[in-house]
Design a protein. Structure first.
Length: 94
C-alpha cells in the first residue's frame, strides 16, 4: 500500500467521523452522517455543517415518561408511547 492510498483512506475516515459527530450534535444519526461524509468526503462534511438539525423545532412533553421531544415526533423512543398531536407546544431551550 503506497502513501497516497493510505492518506486517502485516512482522509475518508476522518471526514466520516467529523461529519458523523457534527450530524449527531444536531440531533441526527451518527451512522447516517458518517456514511454520507465518508462517501463524498468534502461535500458530505459541508452538508453536515449546514444541516439545520432539530434544535429550533418546537417541543412537546411525552405523556408516558415526561421527556421533552420535538413536536414532529409521533412516538417516544424512550418509553415507546404513541403520541397524538399536542395541545401545548414548548419553545426549544436557547
Amino acid at each position: 500500500m503506497d502513501a497516497a492510498f493510505a492518506f486517502a483512506i485516512l482522509v475518508w475516515f476522518v471526514m466520516g467521523v467529523a461529519g458523523g459527530l457534527k450530524g449527531a450534535s444536531k440531533g441526527s444519526s451518527f451512522l447516517l452522517w458518517f456514511a454520507i461524509s465518508m462517501s463524498v468526503p468534502i461535500f458530505g462534511f459541508i452538508t453536515a455543517m449546514v444541516y439545520p438539525g432539530r434544535d429550533d423545532e418546537l417541543r412537546r412533553r411525552c405523556d408516558g415518561c415526561g421527556r421533552m421531544l420535538p413536536i414532529s415526533d409521533t412516538m417516544c423512543m424512550r418509553c415507546h408511547t404513541d403520541l397524538p398531536f399536542p395541545d401545548v407546544a414548548y419553545r426549544p431551550p436557547s
